[in-house]
Design a protein around this ligand. Sequence first.
Ligand SMILES: [Zn+2]
Length: 387
Amino acid sequence: MTATATALEIAQALLRCPSVTPADAGALGVLEALLKDAGFATHRVTFSEPGTADIDNLYARIGDAAPHLCFAGHTDVVPPGDDSAWSHGAFSGDVADGLLYGRGAVDMKGGIACAVAATLDYLAAHDGKAKGSISFLITGDEEDVAVNGTVKLLQWAAERGETFDHCIVGEPSNVEAIGDTIKIGRRGSQSGVLIVDGQQGHVAYPHRAANPIPDIAALITALNDEPLDQGSAQFQPSNLAFTSVDVGNPATNVIPAQARAKFNIRFNDHHTQESLRALVEQRLAAACGNRIRARIEWLPSNADVFVTKPGGFTDLVSASIANITGRTPELNTGGGTSDARFIAKYCPVVEFGLVGQTMHQIDERTPVSDLDKLTAIYRGVLERYFR
Ligand SMILES: [Zn+2]
């Protein structure tokens, strides 16, 4: 491929690498070669962790001045599932009827291909230089356990003295059509287990036992019924959802000694993990009174809430989107977590990429015309950013 490679060509080269986590299968090499040719300083960084596979990552930067715009993403993909169910091979990169097929077409090799194509085109039009810096922070470890990926790559970059002013993650943010949605944040996630201790006993002698089941039912109702908040400017209300209730009791004539209930909370920017835990524990204590013995075991979480407040940077991305698609994107904070939550600790970050409809599905695909539009949008972002 050459420095004028199109997004389609780059996407096809990436899709033909079967980079199911933790395999790289040559995917990062495709990007590294293109970026190096365009004058980027490139670094391949491998991270390890006991019990997990070593994972290769790529950091590439051109320019050494501010402002510094970073494109971030992942080249690993989820498994294809039943290969024979695909109408075009999961790693074929075939185009049929204007649609590009392959695992990762939208999540998110297609998005990365557009960012690289837009950058190469921008540099070619500006004597090979940006008025500032452009970088690519690409991991091979997002879809699975994600321990040897973005978190460590950001730490590695920080230790080298790298600072970022803004970041775009090319995850498939759009719901129906390209340009409909920019993700500017995500809710945090915190899981826990509610444990109620009773006293085991024979069902015929309940006065000698303490049944934790009615008690846990009452506590579940109490925690479930009281809203955590009413939502905020950028977020829907936080919600607490119980996901299982367990006593593990095989007998019908024994009152169990303990009952447990698992729950997950998706929380908005009214809370931090600490304040949220304190709030729930305070409500639990009130519901228990002096009678019920209950506690919560909180599970570790690295999913903090984050938001990039609407302003200059989101306006700039929105303007480029409107210019190419005629749409005014919604600034959204719904959905699950992504690596953007880690990047948000370093600089303002938005997610904008292709349309997510077929992600993780058989026949994952994107219209080739969407690749062209996304490339033009990123190109417009670069032009506006380095004005
Ligand atoms: Zn993804």
